[in-house]
Ligand binder design. Sequence first.
Ligand code: NAD
Length: 290
Amino acid sequence: MIQNIGIVGSGQMGAGIAHVAALADRNIILLDVNQAALNKALEVIERNIKRQVSRGKLEDDAGERALKRITITTDYSDFNVADLVIEAATENEATKRKIFETLVPNLSKEALIASNTSSISITRLAATTDRPGKFIGMHFFNPVPIMQLVELIRGIATEDATFIEIKNLSLELGKIVAEAQDYPGFIVNRILVPMLNEAVYALYEGVGTVESIDNGLRLGANHPMGPLQLIDFIGLDTCLSVMQVLQEGLGDPKYRPCPLLIKYVEAGWLGRKSGRGFYDYSTDEPVPTR
Ligand code: NAD
């Protein structure tokens, strides 16, 4: 039984995973390099849990109990009680490798490791640890409390017992599981992110404005959100990184990231999380930037 869950990275995804797992009666140890990100994560989780309570989706005391199950830390030695650690730090392979290097000596022998990476090879990440058989891809979607899917990705060495334990946990978190093989982007991002990149090309080439591209796909293809809205939501840096992994891993030029996407990331316009992406979020209603 997985009772104590460590999470590395307390950004959008780490906070969401902590929220959902705490509501499923798990004890959460949330770690980040950045104390401000940890404090923000606690605020976000508390606000979202209170919203669920006020909407009648959650009992008040269940919300309170879940919040008490989450502790924050910057110290990996707090993971010595973890049955599972889910890595949800920035989408950068060098960063993740360093994290696993620091993490492994602080874990019990039995502990499982999962990565929430959107696209990096699970087999390669697993090989940086002492336990590739106990390593798996556990890919949640944003916002975690709302999105139903978890993609589970087996690395070449992932043992069946690991897969079964993580599948059972995912079901107990209320998620639906899609099993994917370990190829760049797995299933969802292999298909979704090139479409989002194409929307940025349409903007870059002046085929349409932000508004017309988003309205086009919302109203013409019945997408719940326009592609540029969705990129802002996911994070431009994350989308760029997924495109780079697809380009490198699959070698087809059709996966080249749009230069405009690269420029926005260079400018620090990362979407909602930085206050500006293809929309400006400094006012109540997001304003298109092009
Ligand atoms: P984010 O930018 O919101 O958060 C990343 C967090 O990682 C930050 O708080 C940062 O301080 C922390 N971090 C960076 N380096 C670290 C280190 N060395 N040790 C500990 N913490 C560190 O990003 P996010 O959207 O939460 O994405 C996190 C992961 O989840 C990425 O791998 C991403 O690909 C994946 N993911 C993202 C989405 C999405 O829609 N945003 C969906 C599924 C998966």
